[in-house]
Structures are given as C-alpha cells and as structure tokens.
Design a protein. Structure first.
Length: 194
C-alpha cells in the first residue's frame, strides 16, 4: 500500500494536474446616477449617454488576484476568464416613463474614461446589445444580449476597474430618469501545476 502511494506521487506530475473553479452566476450591478436621484434628462433623443457629464462610467471589481488573464501563484499558473453572458438596464422609478421608444442600445468597454466610443478608431468593444427589431419592445427594463466577451482583458491591473459606455438610438423615457445596469458573468479560473 505504501509503495502504491509513492508510485502515485511520482507519476502525478506526468498527468498534468490542475484545479479549476467555476461560477456561472456572477452578477454585478451599477447605478447610473450613483444613487436615487434622476440624472438623465427625459424625452431626449438618445446617442452617447453622458452620465454626470462623463462619456463613461467605471465599475470597480476590487483587488482580486483572480481577475488577471494569467498569474503565478507559487508553483502554479492561474488562468482566468470572466465571460459576459448578458446585461440589463432597469428603470428605478416607473413614474419616469419607460424604454418603449429605445430602438437600440449597446454596452461597450472603453479603453479610458475620456474615450468617445462613437468616434472612429476609438477601440471600444461591444459587450452586449439590444435591438428593438430583433428583441421586441422594452418597457421598464431592457435585456441586452451578451456577445461572449472575456471581460478580464478590459479590467485595469492597477485600478481593478473597467470603463463602460452606453450608446443608444431612439428616445429615452419621458421624464428624468435613473437606472441600474447589471451584468451577468461566468468566472472560470484554472490553476495548472507543473
């Protein structure tokens, strides 16, 4: 029995050992106005949505060692992916109106906080989108279809945050409004041992 354990331990590296962590149901929510006040003007044609005068809003992921594409942890190399499955936009106050006149909306990853994703050559990436012709009319909420993008590549290794931007066409809710943007993600981290 003792020899069997010794042989197993000697052969273990030949089989390429690994440990894997998966969580397909990670949700992150961000309020566009940063609270309960309505910061988005009502009944305006939509384009690049400026929130508090900024083109982008920032989502902070915190200092998590797993949120890097690849990192060494002792003798192991950890490779991580964070795939966006979809996103949603939910009005905070039904009295603001609805999203029925929104024709399209896209959630984009922006390279910096000052980037205008509508500009040519902005290097923004569409993460999820909604199209009324494809998805049907929206009401108090809009469901955006994810494009299966790995968010890890967009999370800053120094600030641990990601710059996002919303672009839309159509008309916004009739009254001043505020909304929560949510993202549904799946995390997969795999540690390979030499």
């Amino acid at each position: 029995m003792r020899n069997l354990k010794a042989i197993s331990l000697l052969l273990l590296p030949l089989f390429g050992c690994f440990a894997q962590l998966e969580n397909p149901d990670i949700a992150l929510s961000h309020n566009l106005c940063g609270g309960t006040a309505n910061c988005m003007p009502g009944a305006l044609p939509l384009g690049l949505m400026q929130i508090s005068g900024q083109n982008t809003f920032t989502v902070d992921f915190g200092d998590q060692p797993l949120l890097q594409p690849s990192t060494a942890v002792g003798p192991a190399t950890v490779n991580t992916s964070l795939i966006l499955g979809g996103a949603g936009i939910q009005l905070q106050n039904a009295a603001s109106g609805d999203f029925s006149q929104v024709a399209t909306i896209s959630l984009l990853a922006a390279p910096s906080a000052t980037t205008d994703c509508s500009a040519t050559g902005s290097n923004c990436t569409v993460l999820a989108d909604y199209d009324r012709a494809r998805d049907g009319a929206a009401n108090q909420s809009i469901t955006l279809r994810g494009r299966g993008v790995d968010l890890i590549t967009f999370i800053s290794s120094t600030s641990h945050s990601m710059n996002l931007q919303l672009q839309a066409s159509g008309t916004g809710p009739s009254g001043a409004w505020n909304a929560d943007v949510s993202m549904d993600m799946g995390l997969k981290a795999r540690a390979n041992f030499p």
